[in-house]
Design a binder for this molecule. Structure first.
Ligand SMILES: *Cc1c(COP(=O)(O)O)cnc(C)c1O
Length: 398
């Protein structure tokens, strides 16, 4: 069968809906359309049953109980609810938070917002691989610290943090630990008990579920975490998040979790092999390539590379049939280099030269081999136009 183009290698941005997930959702988009909060007829009961099953599927993937799961519109909302919710609820106890500058914007921006409203935030510096250590966290804790927010795995470089160690430090000091595990859940084992996580954010669309649905795990025992709700209304989700539940989306989140849990170990091995095939295939034929992120403590499907003397944006244009992300994530109109790469000490030039390849469930070896060809051709063409590369080749300092 001919290779279908374009090839999608941007799974960390979003994933396609798995057909099996869509099938689980279909009844709730059609016949079983009830409001899960309707307590007095079978339409409501059916919807509620679908939601409760999904809650259990989600909970079981992270070692939680169904009652601990607060359903939201996605990880952005979950992060906001966790961070601002804890900060407001425990304002009497303290005003200090600990996080890092290479978190997702949905963690950074709520923290910055709090900074503008009387809270103090310690921004821990990651090492050159993007790791935050438990020792760094321990050193930053004061008697005013109310929350630590550190991600499980980074979306741009795939680096995995020592979450269990951080959880241990947090609990030793009686500080809540929030973990944005959006990129980790369903890909690597996550257990809120074993890892000492008090609040955990996840999103369906990163794990082959629908967009616009996610959840926040909120610990109920040892210790109990309380939150100030950010969405006021009918008092849904134990009063923590009002709004009629997105029943079909939630059922999709549950089905997506179930599939990820079942296929995780095998899929992780498959993706690690494909990821390394891509990395090695490129490095074997292109020089001046550097890996951004941890060499081993990294998500199975993520490889972020810098190609010296090449603009990431230009390289993306050269390989139009391969969908990837560049390190000049143009969140703003100006092409700012990625704050994550900057945060781990990558020079602006190399940050501008970076490409994130993120692989997933439907990635094949054939697609990887095609991507390698496109990268090699693209880099070679661009470097032929680069006087800096020419100078480097001749061995002169530039
Ligand atoms: C995608 C992502 C988010 C945002 O999730 P949404 O559900 O799209 O709001 C948050 N954190 C990380 C690490 C992500 O990768």
């Amino acid at each position: 069968m001919a290779l279908e183009l374009p090839v999608y290698l941007d799974y960390n941005a979003t994933t396609p809906l798995d057909r099996r997930v869509l099938e689980a959702m279909m009844p709730y988009l059609t016949t079983d359309f009830g409001n899960a909060a309707s307590r007095n007829h079978s339409f409501g009961w059916k919807a509620e049953a679908g939601v409760e099953t999904a809650r259990e599927q989600m909970a079981s993937l992270i070692g939680a109980a169904a009652k601990d799961i607060v359903l939201t519109s996605g990880a952005t909302e979950s992060n906001n609810l966790a961070i601002k919710g804890v900060a407001e609820m425990y304002a009497e106890k303290g005003n200090h938070l600990i996080t890092s500058p290479i978190e997702h914007k949905a963690v950074i921006d709520p923290c910055k917002y709090l900074e503008e409203h009387g809270y103090r935030v310690t921004w821990l510096r990651p090492d050159r691989y993007g790791v935050i250590s438990a020792d760094q966290v321990a050193e930053a804790i004061t008697d005013k610290t109310i929350l630590i927010s550190i991600m499980a795995a980074n979306n741009e470089i795939g680096t995995i943090n020592p979450v269990a160690d951080i959880g241990q430090v947090a609990h030793k000091h009686n500080v809540f630990f929030h973990c944005d595990a959006t990129q980790a859940v369903g890909k690597i084992p996550i257990d809120v008990e074993a890892m000492g996580i008090d609040l955990l954010s996840a999103s369906a669309h990163k794990i082959y579920g629908p967009k616009g649905v996610g959840c926040l795990y909120v610990r109920r025992h040892g210790p109990r975490v309380r939150l100030t709700c950010q969405m006021h209304g009918g008092g849904h989700e134990r009063g923590m998040r009002s709004g009629t539940l997105n029943v079909a989306g939630i059922v999709g989140l549950g089905a997506a979790c179930e599939l990820c849990g079942r296929e995780m170990a095998k899929e992780a091995r498959r993706l690690t092999a494909l990821r390394d095939r891509l990395h090695r295939g490129i490095v074997a034929r292109v020089d001046y390539v550097t890996l951004n992120g941890h060499p081993t403590q990294r998500l199975p499907g993520t490889v972020n590379l810098s190609f010296a003397y090449v603009e990431g944006e230009a390289l993306m244009m050269k390989m139009k049939d391969v969908a990837v992300s560049s390190g000049s994530a143009c969140t703003s109109a100006s092409l700012e280099p990625s704050f994550v790469l900057r945060g781990i000490g990558v020079s602006d030039a190399l940050a501008h030269s970076s490409i994130r390849f993120s692989l997933g469930r439907f990635t094949t070896a054939e697609q990887i081999d095609y991507a390698i060809e496109q990268v090699v051709r693209g880099v070679n063409e661009l470097r032929q136009l680069s006087p800096l590369y020419e100078a480097a080749e001749k061995g002169s300092p530039s």
